[in-house]
Design a protein around this ligand. Sequence first.
Ligand SMILES: N[C@@H](CCC(=O)N[C@@H](CS(=O)(=O)O)C(=O)NCC(=O)O)C(=O)O
Length: 211
Amino acid sequence: PGYVLTYFPVRGRAEPIRLLLADQGISWKEDEVQIPDWFSGKDARKKEAVFGQLPQFQDGDYVLYQSNSILRYLGNKHGLTGANDEERGHIDMVNDGVEDLRQKYGRLIFFEYETGKDKYLKELPSQLDFFERILSKNANGSKFVVGQKISFADYNLLDILQCHLDLCSKSLSAYPLLTAYVERLVARPKISEYLKSDARNKRPITPKHKK
Ligand SMILES: N[C@@H](CCC(=O)N[C@@H](CS(=O)(=O)O)C(=O)NCC(=O)O)C(=O)O
């Protein structure tokens, strides 16, 4: 299928999608939109976007927005949504929890970075405790967030954990299961290859990050 990912030249909300595609050995085209063109209207696509925002994902003529909907769509298409309805429900639940953390992280980066970082890091354990506990309840954290197979929620959790490791390299040091989980996922051959790629390393996490 001709997959096209339209987004800004950053990791942001597109990165979990890129991690999923890379790990699954699926190629895609990056359609990069420059931020000034997007806001100035020079790039006409903001008016067409369903919610006026990116990422946008195209599968041939099929067009989808909303990063979590794109993740779930690819999860459905590529067998990454659990083995049954119960697992699928839990995968959605965990992905929604990742979204909650992503929004908190985004608020810090975009609105409170200068003043809020210390407070955010102090409160971060109350959030990470949830994910350590989720892992502990599935094969004592030795596999994925839900079930025996990787799911779309794992790519989203991996990305947001990497964002926090960038924010503070010790942010997971009190979490053995989360630490081992990240180490296991980044060692997956196709993810490891992607993480070394220029494509990954030329993109800052957000426009606020310097590259
Ligand atoms: N709920 C949406 C949010 C998308 C969103 O906030 N996109 C931002 C960029 S980013 O937050 O993902 O980095 C955007 O398009 N901003 C430009 C605009 O709002 O015109 C999703 O999950 O895709």
